[in-house]
Design a protein around this ligand. Sequence first.
Ligand SMILES: [Cu+2]
Length: 622
Amino acid sequence: MKKWIPIASGLAAGFLAATISYANFSSGTNSQAVSSDNKSNAEKVYVPLGQKDDYYLIDSGGHSGQLFVYGVPSMREIRTIPVFSPDPATGYGFDSKTKKMLGGYTWGDLHHPALSETNGDYDGKYLFATDVGNSRAAVVDLSTWTTRDIIKVPNTSGPHCAAFVTQNSEYLFLPTRFSTPLGQKYVPLDQYSAKYRGVMSALTFDKKKEKLNIAYQVALPPWAYDLSDAGKKSSGDWAVMTTYNTEEATTTDEINASQADRDYIVLFNWKELAQMVKEGKYTNVGGQKMIFPEKQKGGIYLVPVAKSPHGVDVTPDGKHFIAAGKLAPAMTVFSFDKAFKAIKDKKFSGTRNGIPVLDYKSVMEREVNPENALGPLHTQFDNKGMAYTTMFISSEIVKWNPNTGAVLDRVPVQYSPGHAVAAEGDTVSPDGKWLVALNKLAKDNFLSVGPSHPETMQLIDISGKMKVIDTVPANPEPHYAQMIKADKIHSINVYPKDPNNKDAVYKTDDTRIVRNGKTVTVYGIAMRSRFVFDHKAKRPDVIEVNQGDHVIIHLTDIDFDEDITHGFAINNYNLNMEVQPGETNTLDFYADKAGTFPLYCTNFCSALHQEMNGYFLVKPKQ
Ligand SMILES: [Cu+2]
């Protein structure tokens, strides 16, 4: 259209436009056409200095145990947030609070982050995540972007199928990838079918105390549970999760867990399960309230699905759930209403492990099988309710209509997408605009850094015909992500003074070192550009103790100023922590090594940062 305007507005301009048009049309592959195309992609992702991105992309960090925070559309990595693994950059896992929270674990495998929701919409308050490596769950406060609580979940092994929250964050459900005997006791694998279980945990979060709790658990059959999603609106009391290895194989799963043509989606009513627990219909297992579906009937059903599915995703209107086949080439759309009717009419095709099985045909709405699309894994949605499914094997995103099954668009990605994430994609009202493909293999995309290549993330403009407009590398290893409007997040810049914190010191005059027997407690401050541990001492920036003393160092950053974070490290003592503006943090350790150890600020804070140091002196035992 634009090309015609200059022709109407002037002969010379029209001639020029016609020449350019001719050049474009006559050589589809010429470099001019390609570079102008690239320029418009570059403009789409360019966020000039002084402006900020429209969305936060919060990525799981997989076996790094961390979260990666990116901006969209710039795809710039902004920050790494440590969750399940120690992080020297922030002193996470070194100071006494976070060290205790990590519980001695030195790594985690962070999968599937989930934002807290109010009325089915991201509320920007918290983010939940699970650790497949060491069976934990965590919550991150999005005002400080710090991990506030970690809970070790007993009776479970590898909560991969999580975390997905209900529409008012009442629960997050943690079904596990691995089945084990309850309490992970030793039981020979020949007794797998009889003695092993895949346990799902229902967790609640107490916002006031910032604490995660286990409300109840369900001893599901000894299968693998892969992904889940909570219902929305009319299906809000329900949740769904996929299973594989319903063959109950115990070795060479690659072959043995792929034999059956159908596995199941577990469909459960969490309100009904909570009511059962309230009525005492559970068994105490290692201190947890465990529902055994073969004994306590109701609330849990099985829906047959094409073999070894990965994702199951609830449509934004809450009417359907879509399973992605993984080993079958199809996506299957199921109807919640049909399932509810079948349950009400008790129209079951049988039972499996004591759980009623719904008739596939009576619940299935349609199977969607785009030509040559292979390995469907996970589905996201746009503002019109259209579905975007990742195809792991054929390396593409397929856009399709869940209401008709029509395939609308396809775009190749490089390469092998696991999950994709859409803007506000898990809510009742996705934004459209952007989709990010989280690809497992970068292969030839970036400068080589040796045999191990990064993963990639690709930004796809979904406002019209799908178009990949940017590719960025990602550290190991994004599994899933959340994309939330930036204006929903209200980060703080400075921790407010806490008059109730007895460890905090806000005035130089209050700094002191207190000795009580063999315990030395330091109430110190960090400020540009010095430490003060005891303002009355000849050298206020020195801590002197005896070998074997128990040393507790409380340190408050009294620079109530944007971006003035201090670090605190003791040279050759393997100790390091961080104090953000206004924050009080604590190191707690035994001075087992005698000698002279310089201490210093690790986080560059001023022109005289290099002068921000002192000494930690440990007098040897006589
Ligand atoms: Cu400093």
